[in-house]
Write a protein that binds this ligand. Structure first.
Ligand SMILES: Cc1ncc(C[n+]2csc(CCOP(=O)(O)OP(=O)(O)O)c2C)c(N)n1
Ligand SMILES: [Mg+2]
Length: 351
């Protein structure tokens, strides 16, 4: 099956183009944007882990190693599109336009961190695995019925393909030919379970065949390949041809979350030979004369200032409203919850 879904690649692990003439199709602006966002989210991710260790952030799900997949795909979107992320896709949502302070607030358990900016359609991160796939299919269907050109992209992991919602989302999207992109990041593990132990198919891309839609397998550590393959799938969807399943083959470099210890289930040498996506892109930039030391330094400073300001905003945010623990789950609060809420407020001496 693998040969039917060959891995799409544009640059190799040493940062060289597989097809030298492709350089003519690459604009400098795109190279800078890809690098800027990958560096920005890498810096954010490492800072978030440090903040968690210092007790200034709640449990955090790192995405180091997956930057090329997240940035490459998110940069291919238009502002009016819909994004349905998981808990590991804040690299994608930051790239798409979610504010950094709001992203930090989410990881501090704040409701406000789930609210999308007014100018972007970003759903709150889905923690229940695969539930966002039918949502994305529904949003895409709504756009189709409204007659717009907007698409919906659902991000999900390898483990999510074992859930019923994966089947329902893809089947619905295909039957109704909706403009949806099912963007899978195969990072090798569903917490401690390696991909080969949770499925018997050789690839995730091949699952598309069962739903009658195109399946694409792309090197998820090659941001240019991810960008152009996502763009192609998006154009196909905007043209009314329906959904695509993309498998971006990547690697979760760190722990599942800050509450996890991968040394308990993953040999330390595993993944050693995988070239870091950011480093690989740096090699490409150096090989093809896109590297400019002054611009890199200025970019690093800009990112560092943005992160400092976002942390300050998060830490100075007004304290949470305790009632939010009870509100917003049901349109009409059930009696039991009404009772619990008033009992809790009474306990706090507020009733
Ligand atoms: C419906 C459901 N079942 C189980 C879990 C517990 N759980 C949290 S993350 C996870 C693994 C998901 O793996 P994958 O889809 O590969 O995404 P990754 O974490 O690798 O990004 C599981 C089983 C959950 N959150 N939701
Ligand atoms: Mg996974």
């Amino acid at each position: 099956m693998k040969q039917n879904y060959p891995m799409k690649k544009i640059i190799n692990e040493k940062g060289h183009l597989l097809n030298e003439s492709f350089n003519e199709q690459i604009e400098e602006g795109l190279v800078k944007e890809l690098y800027f966002h990958m560096l920005r989210i890498r810096t954010f991710d490492r800072k978030a882990i440090n903040l968690q260790r210092q007790g200034r952030l709640g449990t955090y799900a790192p995405f180091e190693g997956q930057e090329a997949s997240q940035v490459g795909s998110a940069l291919a979107l238009k502002e009016e599109d819909w994004v349905f992320p998981t808990y590991r896709d804040h690299g994608a949502t930051l790239t798409f336009g979610k504010s950094m302070a709001k992203t930090f607030l989410y990881w501090n358990g704040r409701l406000e961190g789930c609210v999308s900016p007014k100018t972007r359609n970003i759903f709150p991160p889905a923690v229940p695995i695969a539930t966002q796939l039918p949502h994305a299919a529904g949003a895409a269907w709504a756009e189709k019925r409204k007659g717009t050109q907007n698409i919906a992209i659902a991000y999900f992991g390898d483990g999510a393909t074992s859930e019923g919602d994966f089947h329902e989302g893809l089947n619905f999207a295909s039957v109704f030919k909706v403009p949806a992109i099912f963007f899978n990041q195969n990072n090798g593990f569903a917490i401690s379970v390696p991909t080969e132990k949770q499925m018997n198919s050789e690839t995730i891309a091949q699952k598309a065949m069962a739903y009658g839609m195109p399946g694409v397998r792309v090197d998820g550590n090659d941001c240019l390949a991810v960008y152009f393959e996502t763009q192609k799938a998006i154009e196909y969807a905007r043209a009314g041809h329906g959904p695509t399943l993309i498998e971006a083959v990547t690697w979760r470099k760190g722990a599942h979350t800050t509450a996890d210890d991968p040394s308990k289930y993953r040999n330390a040498s595993l993944g050693e030979n995988i070239v870091d996506p950011l480093y690989r892109f740096e090699l490409f930039m150096k090989n093809y004369d896109y590297w400019n030391e002054d611009w890199i330094q200025a970019t690093k400073e800009e990112i560092s200032n943005e992160i400092d300001a976002a942390i300050e905003e998060m830490e100075n945010f007004p304290p949470p409203n305790i009632e939010d623990v009870f509100n917003h789950v049901f349109a009409e609060m059930p009696d039991q919850l009404v009772e619990q809420k008033s009992a809790y407020l009474a306990y706090l001496g507020r009733q």
